[in-house]
Design a binder for this molecule. Structure first.
Ligand SMILES: Cc1cc2nc3c(=O)[nH]c(=O)nc-3n(C[C@H](O)[C@H](O)[C@H](O)COP(=O)(O)O)c2cc1C
Length: 229
């Protein structure tokens, strides 16, 4: 691919702005990808107005959310990107509420497997433990949206800032790996199998709700249904 056309967006779920160690890792991933020619941008999710999903299912039927907030342009930025970097600190063994609010707004995107063909990765930091659990969750979200994850950097940093540079080096290398996967359209067989199983499940679900979920049915009509058993 023309590497100058490659775009990667990073999402930071920490509310601590410039103080955020997670943000440093997201930025390091983007810097690594930039050296491979990617155009990059970073979004601080906590600065945005992203309402909670109400579970109303209106998006399933219409493709539109009932909320008029920042979710629309953030989601469009993700849809336009070739690569997505998800980052969050560990907040009580999970991602922050702010990035979870964003994730919960993407049930329609999961049903439609809207991130098919994209690549991603995750970074997470923690004070004492379980950064790996948060990063694994963020990567799982990317995978069930249809994207291929190329890995994670999870850093347990304590209160000592001196361990951050080593994690930043890892994140920089992960960014290069992400860009290379986009350029070569890398296929990771285990994830390919998950993607096929998700497509099958989601197509079955959308067909079963054809009368109520008109938008999702229409999306699959346009994408083309797989020949399912
Ligand atoms: C509300 C809150 C909950 C946290 N929960 C955990 C936790 O369960 N386990 C842990 O190891 N660190 C926990 N931490 C520490 C953060 O994960 C850690 O300091 C992280 O690096 C902060 O990232 P940031 O600098 O990007 O904001 C918590 C911090 C806060 C403010």
């Amino acid at each position: 691919m023309d590497t100058t056309a490659m775009t990667i967006v990073g999402l930071n779920g920490s509310p601590r702005g410039a103080e955020s160690r997670t943000r440093r890792l997201v930025q390091a991933v983007l810097d690594g990808a930039k050296e491979r020619g990617a155009q990059t941008s970073l979004i601080d999710v906590c600065d945005l107005d992203i309402e909670y999903c109400t579970g109303c299912s209106v998006c399933y039927a219409t493709g539109e959310c009932i909320h008029d907030d920042d979710f629309g342009w953030v989601f469009d930025t993700m849809l336009d990107a070739d690569g997505i970097v998800m980052g969050s600190p560990n907040y009580i063994n999970g991602p922050t509420a702010q990035i979870k609010a964003l994730i919960d707004r993407m049930a329609d995107a999961i049903h439609c497997q809207q991130f098919t063909g994209k690549y991603g990765c995750a970074v997470a930091t923690a004070g004492g433990s379980q950064a790996d659990r948060v990063a694994a969750y963020l990567n799982e979200v990317l995978t069930i949206l249809g994207a291929t994850s190329v890995g994670a950097v999870d850093a347990v940093l304590g209160s000592d800032a001196s361990s951050l540079p080593a994690a930043e080096l890892q994140a920089h290398a992960l960014g290069a790996r992400l860009a290379d996967a986009i350029i070569t359209k890398e296929v990771i067989p285990e994830q390919d199998a998950i993607h096929r199983a998700m497509r099958e499940r989601m197509q079955w679900l959308v067909r079963a709700h054809k009368d109520d979920w008109a938008h999702q049915y229409e999306v699959w009509e346009q994408k083309g249904w797989d020949a399912l058993p």
